[in-house]
Design a protein around this ligand. Structure first.
Ligand SMILES: O=C(O)c1cc(C(=O)O)c2c(n1)C(=O)C(=O)c1cc(C(=O)O)[nH]c1-2
Length: 574
């Protein structure tokens, strides 16, 4: 067993509960990162998409894998010797229920426990020292299409967890479990009656006004909300001062908009909740009546910045629909919404006039609304594609540069909605999608530095493929990210100039992380191509329309990389 002082608070995938993915470590700098070298490597023993990052707690590194979600504890004091390994017993039938590869976005640590949320929705608390199970609970039922890919958020004495299944008509929810016992404390659905949603008609607000009675029910036809989606598979944030936690909800089910008239609240929304009770403080729907599969689950980044001469508690969200939203996270007031990818065309703008009847809503371009053409008709040239102008891979924020570093997609689609019938545990998608670069272009990605207060891009690095890796910003003024071809790249936080690159054994869909051990700073990243963008390689698919269009959209990837499952750790020479 490796010793070490226990950390003061939880250790998270997003570095902090504000989701900044900013590390104060500064031994590796823009001046010396060019001399980075590979210090050591580790094979996870599993192929397919490796999302998330290893967690370092004291002198132990915890490495997770895609399904079957093996956890390995490595002793950094003894050259990475394996302290323990936890291998869950999961029914392999869950693999067919995962929409977008067998990914898992990693572990969390709190109060001596490692928290693993498995693909089959089993939430496990492991003793961090021994790997023994403290407790395990089931959050859902894979036979109903309920699965998990996300990490969890420990808040005080609770563990907050989400669920996937938007492609199976699951009515998704956020659930709080007691950190000590695993007992379920509260559950808040994304749609349905107020009581199920833990919404109060008077005190829960949207854009500064009470939501009113049954704000969700009124936005669905009949009982379609019962198979309504709104899954909660993204990253969660927590503000201890306001005692509010934040997350986004995914697409309404089915994708075919003709089958679900109405705004379909509160799918595609940002939600602020009191973690003690689960009660919703405010909600904001980005994409009412979704026609494009623009899940609203991307991370909420909490910063305090000066807007119009006043320091405000901000929430910044780079939505899949291509708009970067800035809200006051205390009140849910909408302060700005600007396109962060130049290709975005489904909406011309977001209505920011509080006096307007359509305040907060996107102004659609009917040419790129699949409903204009109707069922069984193809609409071409919609940007972004269903995969979004940014997907779940998290951005970073540096308080030194006041810039967000955003891993983006530059991609469009053809979309053909068709009628589907709901059946338990059977895909409920209802659209055929083709993904492709914007007209006349070949690249599908960029890393973009974004000034949130001014609502504009400062610089952008074009990438041949979507940047499907989480970004890390450090106090050394370095920004790290991975590419689908497999490069780990380091760039100057102020200029975007490339300072270092190294080609790892497989495409990177993991999130770059950094830690110190023995007084030395390390940078670590998982390789292993997969996720939605890499599903063709990961699952061996070849029909261009498979993987909801990703197989065709990313076909060229096979010329650059192959399946993998490896951790690469970098350091400066001693
Ligand atoms: O609605 C859902 O339940 C759901 C779940 C997931 C998931 O759990 O991975 C993804 C999506 N939707 C999705 O729309 C999507 O673009 C996506 C990308 C990925 C990935 O890991 O690359 N997962 C998911």
């Amino acid at each position: 067993e490796a010793a070490g002082t226990p950390p003061a608070g939880p250790v998270l995938q997003t570095v902090d509960a504000a989701n900044t993915r900013y590390s104060p470590l500064d031994a590796i700098t823009a001046g010396n990162v060019g001399r980075l070298q590979v210090a050591w490597t580790f094979s996870t023993g599993i192929l397919r998409g490796h999302e998330g990052a290893p967690l370092v707690v004291g002198s132990v590194m915890y490495v997770h894998t895609p399904f079957p979600n093996v956890v390995t504890a490595l002793d950094l004091d003894h050259d990475g010797r394996i302290l323990w390994r936890y291998e869950p017993k999961q029914d392999a039938s869950v693999v067919a229920m995962l929409c977008c590869d067998t990914v898992n976005r990693g572990l969390a640590y709190a109060d001596g426990a490692i928290l693993l949320h498995q693909a089959d929705t089993t939430l496990v608390s492991l003793d961090a020292r021994t790997g023994r199970v403290n407790w395990a609970v089931k959050n859902g039922d894979p036979a109903r299409g309920e699965t998990n890919t996300a990490t969890v958020l420990p808040v005080k004495d609770k563990i907050l967890v989400g669920i996937s299944g938007g492609e199976f008509g699951v009515r998704c929810h956020l659930t709080a479990y007691d950190a000590r016992s695993g007992r379920r404390l509260w559950r808040a659905y994304s749609m349905g009656p107020d009581a199920d949603m833990l919404v109060d008609p008077q005190t829960t607000t949207t854009l500064g006004r009470p939501v009113g009675r049954d704000s969700s029910l009124a936005s669905w036809e009949g009982d379609q909300w019962k198979t309504g989606g709104g899954c909660t598979w993204g990253w969660y944030a927590y503000d201890p001062k306001l005692n509010l936690m934040y997350y986004g909800t995914g697409n309404p089910s089915t994708w075919n908009p003709a089958q679900r008239p109405g705004d379909n609240r509160w799918a595609q929304s940002i939600v602020a909740r009191d973690p003690d009770t689960g009660r919703a403080r405010w909600l904001y729907q980005m994409t009412p009546h979704d026609q494009w599969d623009y899940d609203g689950v991307n991370e909420m980044i909490l910063t305090d910045q000066t807007v119009d001469g006043r320091t405000r508690p901000l929430l910044t969200h780079f939505d899949r629909n291509g708009f970067a939203y800035t809200l006051d996270r205390a009140t849910g007031e909408l302060l700005g919404a600007e396109k962060f990818d130049p290709a975005v065309n489904w909406a011309t703008r977001i209505d920011l006039d509080p006096a307007s009847k359509t305040y907060g809503r996107p102004v659609l371009d009917p040419r790129y609304a699949p409903e204009t053409a109707g069922e069984d008709e193809t609409t071409a040239g919609i940007c972004p594609g269903a995969i979004g102008a940014k997907n779940q891979q998290p951005a970073a924020y540096s308080p030194k540069t006041h810039l967000f570093y955003v891993p983006t997609n530059h991609i469009c689609m053809t979309y053909e909605p068709f009628r589907v019938t709901y059946a338990l545990g059977v895909p409920y998608v209802g659209a055929t999608v083709g993904l492709e670069p914007p007209p006349g272009e070949t690249r599908t990605g960029a890393l973009t530095a974004w000034d949130g207060v001014r609502g504009r891009s400062v610089w952008s690095i074009p990438e041949p493929f979507s940047v499907w890796s989480g970004v890390l910003a450090t106090a050394g003024d370095v920004v790290f990210y991975g590419t689908l071809e497999g490069y780990l790249k380091a760039v100057d936080a102020r200029t975007g100039r490339e300072l270092y690159r190294f080609k790892t054994p497989s495409g990177i869909v993991g999130n770059v992380t950094t830690y110190t051990h023995g007084g030395r700073q390390y940078v670590a990243v998982l390789s292993g191509v997969g996720g939605w963008a890499g599903i063709g390689l990961a699952a061996g698919l070849t029909d261009p329309h498979d993987g909801a269009g990703a197989v065709g959209g990313y076909a060229a990837l096979s010329s650059y990389t192959a399946l993998g499952g490896q951790l690469t750790v970098f350091a400066l020479p001693e």
